[in-house]
Design a protein around this ligand. Structure first.
Ligand code: ZN
Length: 312
């Protein structure tokens, strides 16, 4: 069986697998492999072509059947930059998500390509820092950063932006001989349009970034209030197992935790509504409940977003 530096494979039910991003690889987010009976669905394609390549290989090895469809949950690069590895397979997303991939991803590549010489210098500096580290914890942290830069360089050098070819508006159901998979949009939440994949018979939802577990979710590209309602829609699916876009596989509790996080951040910013001078997001400490969550830098970005929004 494939052993990838980009992800670990977690079997969930007969022929359904969550692929959980490793800390050091080029995946950056989670994906799914679903046996539909006769063909496979891939849910999201990771942050880099190299991780996407391993995803394709894992799907073929695990299920030994054609890949029928690839799904993109939303436009963020860490969920779509492996698309090119599935060039012979229809890639499916909501119409809005396709539009956002088209208007963001080629520009990202255009912006990043001239930065390659700087990236090479950064990689050399990061490698030197790893060498110079005197304790194991620091070395580990620096190593993660070094690996991340290496993955990004490989990605920029090989990326060919590949857009979904099949779109839907609100929902789309794909039927196989073994199960049916329902794709539905939650509307505006983490982005302008987030889709989830519901496997009703197995009580599993692949939630994309509508749910993050033990990771600060990014609020800046969507709408926090709409996201709260979207999470209610998600809860009403009554799934026992939730595969988040970031973090480990979880239960419906993860939906409650997301709602709590969003309402906690809104409450943190509430006292500053109407004030003329904008407080510094950096001066607001991470609440105790989220101190151990990954992607800490996202917390500050979220506050900056909420504060500027509230003070408009
Ligand atoms: Zn995202």
């Amino acid at each position: 069986m494939i052993h990838s530096r980009h992800f670990s494979i977690k079997p969930l039910a007969g022929g359904i697998y969550a692929l959980i991003a490793t800390e050091q690889g080029g995946a950056m987010s989670n994906a799914g492999i679903i046996d539909m009976g006769g063909f496979t669905i891939i849910f999201d394609t990771f942050n880099t072509p190299q991780a996407g390549r391993d995803l394709r290989e894992a799907a073929l090895q695990l299920l030994d059947q054609p890949i029928g469809y690839v799904v993109n949950s939303h436009w963020h690069g860490d969920h779509v930059r492996g698309n090119q590895c599935f060039g012979d397979v229809p890639i499916v997303s909501s119409g809005k998500t396709r539009g956002l991939i088209l208007t963001t991803q080629p520009q990202w590549l255009e912006r990043m390509t001239p930065l390659l010489p700087q990236l090479n210098a950064d990689i050399a500096a990061a490698a030197a820092a790893v060498k110079a580290a005197t304790d194991e914890d620091t070395r580990k942290l620096l190593n993660v950063h070094h690996s991340y830069l290496l993955e990004i360089r490989e990605s920029i050098e090989t990326l060919a932006v590949t857009c979904p070819a099949v779109t839907y508006d609100k929902e789309l159901t794909i039927h196989g001989s073994k199960r049916s998979a329902r794709l539905l949009t939650l509307g505006r939440a983490h982005t302008e349009c987030d889709s989830v994949l519901h496997l009703a018979d197995d009580s599993i939802v692949f939630a994309g970034d509508a749910v993050a577990v033990s990771n600060h979710p990014l609020l800046t590209d969507g709408d926090p209030e709409d996201w709260m309602s979207a999470l209610e829609t998600l809860r009403n699916l009554d799934a026992v197992c939730i595969v988040p876009g970031h973090g480990p596989v979880s239960s419906a509790d993860s939906i409650t935790h997301m709602q709590q996080y969003i309402s906690d951040l809104l409450a943190l910013c509430q006292p500053y509504i109407g004030l003329e001078s904008k407080p510094s997001a950096a001066g607001i400490p991470v609440p105790e409940a989220y101190m151990n969550w990954d992607a800490t830098a996202v917390f500050e970005r979220n506050l900056e977003f909420l504060l500027s929004r509230r003070l408009q």
